[in-house]
Design a protein. Structure first.
Length: 232
């Protein structure tokens, strides 16, 4: 039976701009199962990144709840949230956010060192992951010495370092050409199958969204109801 990993219950987010209350998310209900792949689509400004940040505990909803394996994120201290992110979540962004002064291997090893693994354990796991994303011969290269697609592969390997339950990816292929985007997406789908990691992928690209088994569309901060038979 499918087990719920992350649940959004009536999530709302608003910002006060000095004059108005900006309702960025309204009544968002969403359930993601362990190992599931979900695309979040919507036009620019529809609230996709805000929702992803709330799901990752990087931002707090103004109303509603986000539950991880039944635990309400709002009840956790900043320290607990940081530990949870390190242990259970991975993040991939449109721009790789790798540390420029460290090489590919060191970038992948970083979350492992933060979680308390020894340098040799971290190095071993980072080497395996680098191999798995097809970059065994690029370990000593710094981000500036890698192509855009290679940087995203390193970023994906880093996101998976601690074998998280969930990877949150914000436009992970947004900065890549079509063919490289296709390869990076294919890699994420393979890793989902291999490791059982759930992925939430924010994209404005319908082609990419359709490659995933489940999609939700945001429009002005609300989930657009699916027509019968469209959702899985
Ligand atoms: N910290 C903030 N303060 C005020 N308004 C914000 C803040 N963060 C986001 N917004 C507003 O919330 C709305 C949704 O932003 P968000 O970045 O979530 O959209 P998006 O769907 O990810 O857009 P894009 O595809 O362009 O990245 C936008 O109108 C944005 O200006």
């Amino acid at each position: 039976m499918a087990t719920e990993l992350l649940t959004c219950e009536q999530v709302g987010k608003s910002y006060w701009d000095g004059n108005h209350n900006l309702e960025v998310l309204q009544g968002v209900n969403l359930a993601l199962n362990e190992g599931q792949l979900l695309a979040i689509v919507g036009s620019s400004g529809s609230g996709k990144s805000t929702l992803l940040h709330c799901m990752g505990g990087l931002d707090k909803p103004s109303t509603g709840q986000i539950l991880f394996r039944g635990n309400d994120l709002a009840k956790w201290s900043p320290r607990m949230l940081a530990d949870w992110r390190n242990q259970h979540l991975g993040f991939v962004y449109q721009f790789h956010h790798l540390l420029p002064e460290f090489n590919a291997l060191e970038n992948i090893a970083m979350p492992l060192l933060i979680s308390g693994q020894s340098a040799s354990q971290a190095r071993q796991r980072a080497t395996q992951l680098l191999q798995r994303v097809g970059l065994a011969d690029r370990g000593q290269h710094r981000p500036a010495e890698l192509s855009g697609g290679e940087r995203q592969r390193v970023a994906i390997a880093r996101a998976l370092a601690n074998n998280p339950a969930l990877v949150l990816a914000d436009e992970p292929t947004g900065n890549l050409d079509d063919e490289t985007a296709r390869q990076v997406m294919a890699l994420m789908l393979e890793l989902n199958r291999e490791f059982g990691t759930a992925f939430v992928i924010v994209t404005h690209d319908q082609k990419i969204a359709r490659a995933l088994p489940k999609q939700v569309q945001l429009h002005h901060g609300k989930i657009v109801p699916q027509t019968a038979g469209a959702a899985k």
